[in-house]
Write a protein that binds this ligand. Structure first.
Ligand code: SAM
Length: 213
């Protein structure tokens, strides 16, 4: 895929195990190939990785202060913590959060939080304000609403970098209609700067880059 836009410092396009790939430096997490201390970043397993493969301008520069919503077992947030600054990783399911704690062992900038992203007041005392970015991949009903509720954490020039999964909102509706509704709701707190579907890496997912209003 094309790679027109700058990658954050700490993310490189490299050849790992004979394949050209995005890569970050850190301990491997999900069986990804490595080359020295570089680890391949599989865009088919990561919406943020797919955004970079599509050359989207995420605003992430490296060293950023990040709130990551929907961290699961840490596949993507581990790469984020490899290149970003403090990375607050919210996940509400206990089982993946246990794996996330293991991922954080070798990453002193990664802070797992067993919290519900729909209730930001439960972690507002832990997470810094004026963050550079919210990266969101919750794949649950009300994805835009989650982003709107968490906008309070962003600096005025911060970025929302969100993946919206159509089927999590409505399995029967046309994905484009679902995406339009989500972008409309995001407009309550954000100005949308870019939107793009993530095929061929992720079917029926929309990437949205936005900044607080
Ligand atoms: N972002 C992950 C990655 O690329 O490594 C994959 C995330 S998976 C698609 C979605 C995750 O969001 C699941 O682990 C789910 O438990 C979590 N999630 C869904 N709703 C949530 C909520 N309200 N608060 C916190 N986590 C939530």
């Amino acid at each position: 895929m094309s790679a027109g836009s700058p990658l954050p410092v700490g993310v490189e396009r490299r050849t790992v195990a004979g394949e050209e790939t995005l890569a970050t430096r850190g301990e491997p997490v999900y069986g990804e190939p490595t080359d020295g201390d570089w680890r391949a970043w599989n865009a088919s397993r990561s919406k943020l990785g797919a955004m970079f493969e599509h050359g989207m301008e995420t605003g992430l520069a490296g060293g950023d202060r990040v709130l990551y919503l929907g961290a699961a077992a840490g596949t993507t947030v581990s790469h984020v913590a490899d290149f970003a600054g403090p990375t607050y990783a919210v996940e509400f399911a206990p089982r993946p959060t246990r794996d996330l704690l293991d991922v954080a062992q070798s990453r002193d900038r990664l802070f797992p939080l067993l919290k519900d992203a729909r209730s930001p007041e439960t972690y507002a005392h832990v997470v810094e304000s004026d963050l550079d970015a919210i990266v969101q991949d919750v794949a649950t009903r009300g994805q835009a609403d989650v982003a709107v509720r968490n906008a309070q954490f962003l600096a005025d020039d911060g970025r929302l970098v969100a993946a919206i999964k159509a089927r999590s909102e409505d399995v029967t509706a046309d994905p484009e209609a679902v995406f339009d509704r989500a972008v409309d709701r995001l407009g309550d707190a954000y100005e949308v700067l870019d939107r793009r579907r993530l095929e061929p890496y992720h079917e029926d997912h929309l990437a949205v880059i936005a900044t607080p209003r």
